[in-house]
Write a protein that binds this ligand. Structure first.
Ligand code: GTP
Ligand code: MG
Length: 223
């Protein structure tokens, strides 16, 4: 039965979300204009699924995925924000405490690329200084309709100090790589700051993420 199937499919997600067995919790946010493919990108990563239907996100949603680095279990809490302007007040409230951002535009949509600088300003305004950002040019499967040259994007990413990938949620290009890179950068940053003045990304930000850590392991990430 279809209803049974969908219930079954939801079970791992629910188990994952409630699972307290992890070493670190990373809160990540996906931001960018409406229709660039944020929800599709997250679905591809978390569920390995894609739909060509466009159901614009209302407010904010999240999925959980667990990854491993050096035998440490890292629980990713990935927030999928609505790109529509009318939800901006709600979505920016979630920036605080985020350790990483995927700032997404659509390579076939010039307006979404022009908006990247504004999204970067939003990150600066509402998030932690230490938050890591990766700029993602989604829909690279639509080469025939490309409006944003790769070189322009690379230049902007360099100017903003962000790493840059082109990707496709539809064809599953660079989706896992983008998340892996973001997790690696967060781990690197945590190790860097630990090596320095003893503060790390977590201990700088005693908020929900710290409280959610299940063990006495707030002294840094060994990944
Ligand atoms: P909001 O929720 O309104 O902010 O939009 P969103 O950024 O979440 O966009 P969404 O993921 O809903 O995708 C918008 C449309 O683009 C949908 O019709 C998707 O099927 C399509 N889409 C998403 N990713 C890709 C991709 O990589 N390639 C192609 N060709 N289409 C894509
Ligand atoms: Mg969406």
């Amino acid at each position: 039965m279809a209803s049974n199937d969908s219930r079954l499919q939801q079970q791992p997600d629910q188990r994952d979300a409630a699972d307290q067995n992890f070493d670190y919790m990373f809160k990540l946010l996906i931001i960018g204009n409406s229709s660039v493919g944020k929800t599709s990108f997250l679905f591809r990563y978390a569920d390995d699924a894609f739909s060509s239907a466009f159901v614009s996100t209302v407010g904010i949603d999240f999925k959980v995925k667990t990854v491993f680095r050096n035998d440490k279990r890292i629980k990713l809490q990935i927030w999928d924000t609505a790109g529509q302007e009318r939800y901006r007040t709600i979505t920016t409230a979630y920036y605080r405490g985020a350790m990483g951002f995927l700032l997404m535009y659509d390579i076939t949509n010039q307006e979404s690329f022009s908006a990247v600088a504004d999204w970067a300003t939003q990150i600066k305004t509402y998030s932690w200084d230490n938050a890591q950002v990766i700029m993602v040019g989604n829909k690279c499967d639509m080469e025939d309709e490309r409006m944003v040259p790769t070189e322009d994007s690379q230049r902007l990413a360099d100017d903003l100090g962000f790493q840059f990938f082109e990707a496709s949620a539809r064809d599953n290009i660079n989706v896992k790589q983008v998340f892996d890179r973001l997790v690696d950068r967060i781990c690197e940053k945590m190790n860097d700051t630990m090596d320095g003045d003893g503060n790390n990304l977590m201990s700088n930000h005693r908020g929900q993420d710290l409280r959610e850590l299940p063990r006495e392991n707030q002294g840094g990430c060994s990944c």
